[in-house]
Design a protein around this ligand. Structure first.
Ligand SMILES: Nc1ncnc2c1ncn2[C@@H]1O[C@H](COP(=O)(O)OP(=O)(O)OP(=O)(O)O)[C@@H](O)[C@H]1O
Ligand SMILES: [Mg+2]
Length: 275
């Protein structure tokens, strides 16, 4: 279990009462951590729900290729002199398409899994590429490009890879929605990962309308949303996860939109062992 969940914004209503016996306080803390974990999972399921039609579309594409290539192969094989090289090419495409569909299902299943948070050393590159993989069909369908720029060397943090991915996916979904609901000509999202001595910072910069000055203080609050059908839980969950990882989250505007960042303590690279 990840500790420090008591700083969670999402569950701040559940507090350890002053002066309780240690065991009661501990069990209260454990209940709170379990609740936070359930809550974070519920939010992840809601994000997947929002993306359901894009995911279904993404899986159905390679499946149609498989069906049509299998049909063509059968027709070619029924000829007197079948073009076996052509059949070989079609079979290769069938297996590539099956792999693509499996990748999508694996990615969604990992995000949908409800398991206790697992603390491990996490390479931030892995978080970035999995998150881009997850949201890229949403971005592509809205003609928005996503770029990433990652500091050289190891960028390791300690935490639960799926929860860290959840922060980035929420940031990216917000960035995509912000650009899509504005008249922005430039439709770009940029992820930048930088590492200092103690921290790794991951930021998402968009070309949307930016954060409204009068709303800036409320965007991380539970249930604050300016979107039709928005739950207003995305950023509150991001804040909870970042803080439970000993990290920090912030939002600012830049010339062309908003920048959301989270920074986490950096795990020092172990000296490499030579054999
Ligand atoms: N990239 C962004 N640019 C401008 N405003 C943003 C951006 N990201 C978030 N916001 C503002 O912060 C609010 C809260 O975001 P949050 O992700 O918590 O909820 P939501 O996106 O409205 O709903 P959901 O719970 O489905 O994520 C948004 O409704 C929007 O007003
Ligand atoms: Mg959101």
């Amino acid at each position: 279990m990840l500790r420090n969940a008591e700083t969670s914004g999402a569950l701040e209503a559940i507090t350890v009462p002053q002066g309780t016996a240690f065991s009661e306080a501990l069990s209260s803390l454990l209940v709170r951590e379990a609740l936070l974990s359930e809550f974070i999972h519920a939010a992840r399921m809601s994000t997947i729900g929002e993306m359901a039609s894009t995911i279904a579309h993404e899986v159905s594409q390679p499946l149609s290729v498989i069906v049509s290539d299998a049909d063509t192969s059968r027709r070619i094989l029924a000829r007197d002199k079948p073009d076996l090289r052509m059949v070989d090419r079609l079979i290769t495409r069938i297996s590539e398409s099956a792999e693509r569909a499996t990748d999508i299902v694996t990615r969604v299943r990992a995000m949908a899994a409800n398991r206790p948070p697992i603390k491990a050393d996490v390479d931030v590159r892995e978080v970035v590429s999995a998150s881009i993989g997850f949201v890229s069909p949403e971005a592509a369908s809205r003609r928005i490009s996503i770029r990433s720029e990652i500091a050289g060397g190891d960028v390791l943090v300690s935490g639960d890879v799926i929860q860290l991915q959840q922060i980035l996916v929420n940031f990216l979904m917000n960035a995509i929605q912000a650009i899509d609901h504005s008249a922005a000509k430039l439709r770009e999202v940029e992820i930048v990962v930088t590492g200092s001595h103690d921290l790794v910072a991951i930021s998402v910069r968009d070309t949307g309308p930016g954060i409204r000055h009068d709303q800036a203080a409320r965007i991380f609050d539970n249930f604050f949303s300016t979107k039709d059908g928005g739950m207003g839980m995305g950023l509150a969950i991001c804040k909870s996860i970042a803080e439970a990882h000993g990290g920090h989250i912030e939002a600012v505007n830049w010339a062309n939109g908003a920048v959301f960042s989270f920074s986490l303590p950096r795990v020092k690279t172990r000296p490499s062992t030579t054999v």
